[in-house]
Design a protein. Structure first.
Length: 284
Protein backbone atom coordinates (compact mmCIF):
# COMPACT_ATOMS: atom_id res chain seq x y z
CA UNK A 1 0.00 0.00 0.00
CA UNK A 2 1.31 3.41 -0.90
CA UNK A 3 1.70 5.68 2.09
CA UNK A 4 1.20 9.35 1.39
CA UNK A 5 3.49 11.93 2.97
CA UNK A 6 0.74 13.15 5.26
CA UNK A 7 -0.16 9.67 6.60
CA UNK A 8 1.30 8.09 9.75
CA UNK A 9 3.97 5.45 9.25
CA UNK A 10 6.15 3.29 11.50
CA UNK A 11 9.03 3.74 9.06
CA UNK A 12 11.11 6.91 9.14
CA UNK A 13 13.76 7.75 6.60
CA UNK A 14 15.79 10.78 7.65
CA UNK A 15 18.30 12.02 5.10
CA UNK A 16 20.97 14.66 5.74
CA UNK A 17 22.65 16.39 2.84
CA UNK A 18 25.33 19.07 2.57
CA UNK A 19 25.04 22.15 0.44
CA UNK A 20 27.22 22.46 -2.65
CA UNK A 21 29.93 24.45 -0.82
CA UNK A 22 31.00 21.28 0.96
CA UNK A 23 30.54 18.73 -1.84
CA UNK A 24 34.04 18.86 -3.25
CA UNK A 25 36.78 16.33 -3.90
CA UNK A 26 39.64 16.48 -1.42
CA UNK A 27 42.83 14.47 -1.60
CA UNK A 28 43.36 11.89 1.12
CA UNK A 29 46.18 12.73 3.56
CA UNK A 30 49.34 10.65 3.16
CA UNK A 31 50.45 9.34 6.56
CA UNK A 32 54.18 9.76 7.30
CA UNK A 33 54.80 8.99 10.99
CA UNK A 34 53.42 9.22 14.51
CA UNK A 35 55.35 8.97 17.74
CA UNK A 36 55.24 9.62 21.47
CA UNK A 37 58.16 11.34 23.23
CA UNK A 38 58.64 11.03 27.00
CA UNK A 39 61.51 12.61 28.92
CA UNK A 40 62.25 13.31 32.58
CA UNK A 41 65.31 15.35 31.63
CA UNK A 42 65.93 18.40 29.46
CA UNK A 43 64.94 17.62 25.88
CA UNK A 44 65.56 19.50 22.64
CA UNK A 45 65.32 19.08 18.89
CA UNK A 46 67.48 21.03 16.44
CA UNK A 47 66.14 23.61 14.00
CA UNK A 48 64.82 21.99 10.85
CA UNK A 49 62.40 22.29 7.93
CA UNK A 50 60.35 19.44 6.53
CA UNK A 51 57.83 19.12 3.72
CA UNK A 52 55.05 17.49 5.71
CA UNK A 53 52.49 18.83 8.16
CA UNK A 54 53.22 18.16 11.82
CA UNK A 55 50.63 18.14 14.62
CA UNK A 56 51.85 18.11 18.25
CA UNK A 57 49.73 17.44 21.35
CA UNK A 58 51.36 18.10 24.74
CA UNK A 59 50.23 15.52 27.31
CA UNK A 60 52.58 16.52 30.17
CA UNK A 61 54.95 19.36 30.95
CA UNK A 62 55.64 22.32 28.67
CA UNK A 63 57.48 22.80 25.38
CA UNK A 64 59.05 26.00 24.12
CA UNK A 65 59.19 26.12 20.35
CA UNK A 66 60.16 28.54 17.61
CA UNK A 67 58.21 28.75 14.36
CA UNK A 68 59.66 30.98 11.64
CA UNK A 69 61.53 32.93 14.30
CA UNK A 70 58.55 33.48 16.65
CA UNK A 71 58.72 32.00 20.15
CA UNK A 72 55.83 30.17 21.83
CA UNK A 73 55.29 27.96 24.88
CA UNK A 74 52.82 25.06 24.73
CA UNK A 75 51.65 23.66 28.07
CA UNK A 76 49.92 20.45 29.09
CA UNK A 77 46.67 20.10 27.14
CA UNK A 78 47.79 22.46 24.35
CA UNK A 79 48.08 21.60 20.68
CA UNK A 80 50.18 23.23 17.97
CA UNK A 81 51.05 22.51 14.38
CA UNK A 82 53.82 23.26 11.91
CA UNK A 83 53.07 23.85 8.24
CA UNK A 84 55.25 22.57 5.38
CA UNK A 85 58.24 24.83 4.71
CA UNK A 86 58.26 26.45 8.15
CA UNK A 87 61.49 26.54 10.11
CA UNK A 88 61.11 25.32 13.70
CA UNK A 89 62.85 23.86 16.74
CA UNK A 90 61.76 22.76 20.21
CA UNK A 91 63.11 22.43 23.75
CA UNK A 92 61.44 21.24 26.93
CA UNK A 93 60.29 24.14 29.10
CA UNK A 94 59.24 22.16 32.18
CA UNK A 95 59.94 18.50 32.81
CA UNK A 96 58.91 15.73 32.74
CA UNK A 97 57.41 16.09 29.27
CA UNK A 98 55.25 13.81 27.19
CA UNK A 99 53.87 14.65 23.77
CA UNK A 100 52.51 12.98 20.66
CA UNK A 101 53.59 14.15 17.23
CA UNK A 102 51.92 13.29 13.93
CA UNK A 103 53.42 13.91 10.48
CA UNK A 104 51.50 13.67 7.24
CA UNK A 105 51.38 15.12 3.73
CA UNK A 106 48.17 16.74 2.57
CA UNK A 107 47.60 18.52 -0.71
CA UNK A 108 45.54 21.57 0.15
CA UNK A 109 45.79 25.28 -0.59
CA UNK A 110 45.35 26.61 2.94
CA UNK A 111 48.42 28.12 4.58
CA UNK A 112 48.01 30.36 7.60
CA UNK A 113 50.14 33.48 7.54
CA UNK A 114 50.07 33.98 11.31
CA UNK A 115 52.09 31.59 13.51
CA UNK A 116 50.09 32.65 16.57
CA UNK A 117 47.05 30.83 15.21
CA UNK A 118 48.98 27.57 15.10
CA UNK A 119 48.88 27.23 18.90
CA UNK A 120 45.54 26.13 20.37
CA UNK A 121 45.19 26.29 24.15
CA UNK A 122 43.33 23.44 25.94
CA UNK A 123 42.45 21.79 22.67
CA UNK A 124 39.05 20.13 22.28
CA UNK A 125 38.63 16.55 23.49
CA UNK A 126 37.65 15.47 19.96
CA UNK A 127 41.11 16.39 18.63
CA UNK A 128 42.91 14.53 21.43
CA UNK A 129 40.82 11.40 20.91
CA UNK A 130 41.56 11.36 17.16
CA UNK A 131 45.31 11.69 17.72
CA UNK A 132 45.30 8.90 20.31
CA UNK A 133 43.14 6.76 18.03
CA UNK A 134 45.75 7.08 15.27
CA UNK A 135 48.52 6.09 17.69
CA UNK A 136 46.56 3.04 18.84
CA UNK A 137 45.78 1.98 15.26
CA UNK A 138 49.48 2.08 14.34
CA UNK A 139 50.47 0.21 17.50
CA UNK A 140 48.11 -2.65 16.60
CA UNK A 141 49.14 -2.78 12.89
CA UNK A 142 46.01 -4.63 11.76
CA UNK A 143 44.93 -4.92 8.14
CA UNK A 144 43.72 -1.67 6.62
CA UNK A 145 45.59 0.38 9.25
CA UNK A 146 46.98 2.87 6.71
CA UNK A 147 43.57 3.53 5.15
CA UNK A 148 41.88 3.93 8.53
CA UNK A 149 44.65 6.21 9.82
CA UNK A 150 44.49 8.45 6.77
CA UNK A 151 40.69 8.70 7.11
CA UNK A 152 41.15 9.75 10.75
CA UNK A 153 43.78 12.31 9.73
CA UNK A 154 41.33 13.83 7.26
CA UNK A 155 38.79 14.24 10.05
CA UNK A 156 41.50 15.65 12.32
CA UNK A 157 42.47 18.28 9.72
CA UNK A 158 38.88 19.49 9.52
CA UNK A 159 38.37 19.44 13.29
CA UNK A 160 41.34 21.79 13.59
CA UNK A 161 39.99 23.99 10.79
CA UNK A 162 36.64 24.14 12.55
CA UNK A 163 38.31 25.33 15.78
CA UNK A 164 40.11 28.04 13.79
CA UNK A 165 36.91 28.98 11.94
CA UNK A 166 38.37 27.89 8.59
CA UNK A 167 35.44 26.20 6.91
CA UNK A 168 36.23 26.61 3.23
CA UNK A 169 39.16 25.46 1.15
CA UNK A 170 40.39 29.00 0.64
CA UNK A 171 42.12 31.68 2.70
CA UNK A 172 40.30 32.15 6.02
CA UNK A 173 38.41 35.31 6.83
CA UNK A 174 41.07 36.67 9.12
CA UNK A 175 39.25 39.90 9.93
CA UNK A 176 36.14 38.00 10.97
CA UNK A 177 38.17 35.65 13.14
CA UNK A 178 40.05 38.51 14.78
CA UNK A 179 36.81 40.29 15.67
CA UNK A 180 35.38 37.11 17.15
CA UNK A 181 38.53 36.66 19.21
CA UNK A 182 38.48 40.24 20.48
CA UNK A 183 34.77 39.94 21.32
CA UNK A 184 35.47 36.81 23.37
CA UNK A 185 38.28 38.60 25.24
CA UNK A 186 36.05 41.63 25.94
CA UNK A 187 33.25 39.42 27.29
CA UNK A 188 35.68 37.62 29.59
CA UNK A 189 37.10 40.90 30.90
CA UNK A 190 33.62 42.28 31.62
CA UNK A 191 32.56 39.09 33.40
CA UNK A 192 35.68 39.20 35.58
CA UNK A 193 36.03 42.96 36.10
CA UNK A 194 36.21 42.51 39.89
CA UNK A 195 39.22 40.19 39.58
CA UNK A 196 42.88 41.07 39.20
CA UNK A 197 43.17 39.97 35.58
CA UNK A 198 46.33 39.09 33.68
CA UNK A 199 46.85 38.92 29.92
CA UNK A 200 47.68 35.22 30.25
CA UNK A 201 44.34 34.47 31.95
CA UNK A 202 42.45 36.17 29.13
CA UNK A 203 44.55 34.52 26.40
CA UNK A 204 44.11 31.06 27.96
CA UNK A 205 40.34 31.60 28.00
CA UNK A 206 40.51 32.46 24.29
CA UNK A 207 42.74 29.44 23.53
CA UNK A 208 45.51 31.55 21.98
CA UNK A 209 48.92 32.76 23.08
CA UNK A 210 49.31 35.98 25.10
CA UNK A 211 51.46 37.60 22.41
CA UNK A 212 48.99 36.82 19.66
CA UNK A 213 45.95 38.07 21.60
CA UNK A 214 47.78 41.26 22.62
CA UNK A 215 48.71 41.96 19.01
CA UNK A 216 45.20 41.31 17.64
CA UNK A 217 43.48 43.24 20.45
CA UNK A 218 45.64 46.33 19.87
CA UNK A 219 45.14 46.02 16.10
CA UNK A 220 41.32 45.97 16.41
CA UNK A 221 40.65 48.26 19.38
CA UNK A 222 43.76 50.51 19.30
CA UNK A 223 44.09 49.80 23.04
CA UNK A 224 46.34 47.35 24.83
CA UNK A 225 44.61 44.67 26.87
CA UNK A 226 45.78 46.33 30.10
CA UNK A 227 44.42 49.71 28.96
CA UNK A 228 41.06 48.13 28.16
CA UNK A 229 40.93 46.28 31.50
CA UNK A 230 41.63 49.54 33.28
CA UNK A 231 38.93 51.39 31.32
CA UNK A 232 36.35 48.73 32.28
CA UNK A 233 37.37 48.91 35.93
CA UNK A 234 37.32 52.71 35.98
CA UNK A 235 33.87 52.87 34.42
CA UNK A 236 32.66 50.47 37.10
CA UNK A 237 34.41 52.59 39.73
CA UNK A 238 32.57 55.66 38.47
CA UNK A 239 29.25 53.83 38.91
CA UNK A 240 30.15 52.55 42.37
CA UNK A 241 31.34 55.98 43.55
CA UNK A 242 28.05 57.62 42.60
CA UNK A 243 25.62 54.83 43.51
CA UNK A 244 27.08 52.98 46.50
CA UNK A 245 28.03 53.84 50.07
CA UNK A 246 31.37 52.03 49.89
CA UNK A 247 34.37 54.18 50.74
CA UNK A 248 37.17 54.71 48.20
CA UNK A 249 39.43 52.08 49.77
CA UNK A 250 36.64 49.50 49.61
CA UNK A 251 35.89 50.33 45.99
CA UNK A 252 39.55 50.04 45.04
CA UNK A 253 39.84 46.67 46.78
CA UNK A 254 36.60 45.37 45.23
CA UNK A 255 37.94 46.20 41.76
CA UNK A 256 41.17 44.28 42.35
CA UNK A 257 43.46 47.17 43.33
CA UNK A 258 45.56 46.43 46.41
CA UNK A 259 46.79 50.03 46.58
CA UNK A 260 44.00 52.61 46.92
CA UNK A 261 46.47 55.45 46.27
CA UNK A 262 47.40 53.91 42.93
CA UNK A 263 43.69 53.48 42.15
CA UNK A 264 43.01 57.16 42.96
CA UNK A 265 45.86 58.33 40.73
CA UNK A 266 44.57 56.25 37.83
CA UNK A 267 41.03 57.51 38.36
CA UNK A 268 42.17 61.14 38.41
CA UNK A 269 44.24 60.62 35.27
CA UNK A 270 41.16 59.37 33.38
CA UNK A 271 38.39 61.58 34.81
CA UNK A 272 40.40 64.67 35.76
CA UNK A 273 39.36 64.64 39.44
CA UNK A 274 40.01 62.42 42.44
CA UNK A 275 37.44 59.73 43.36
CA UNK A 276 36.42 61.73 46.46
CA UNK A 277 35.89 64.92 44.51
CA UNK A 278 33.99 63.04 41.80
CA UNK A 279 31.65 61.67 44.48
CA UNK A 280 31.00 65.17 45.88
CA UNK A 281 30.29 66.56 42.41
CA UNK A 282 27.94 63.80 41.31
CA UNK A 283 25.93 62.92 44.42
CA UNK A 284 23.15 65.04 45.91
Amino acid sequence: MKINDNEQSATHNTVYELDNRHVKLYTIPDFVAIGCVKSHQKWSFYEHIHHSHEYIYVKKGSIKYWCDGEEFVAHEGDFYFIQPGQKHREISYSEPIEFIYLKFRYNNKIKLDDSGLQLIRNVDKDVIELIEKILLELENQQSGAKQIVEAIILELVWRVRRILNIVEDKNPNRFGYKNTLVKKAVEYIKLNKFQKLTVKQIADNCNVSSDYLSHIFKDITELTLLQFIESIKMNEAMTMITSSDLNINQIAYKLGYNDSLYFSKKFKKIFGVSPSKYRKQNRP
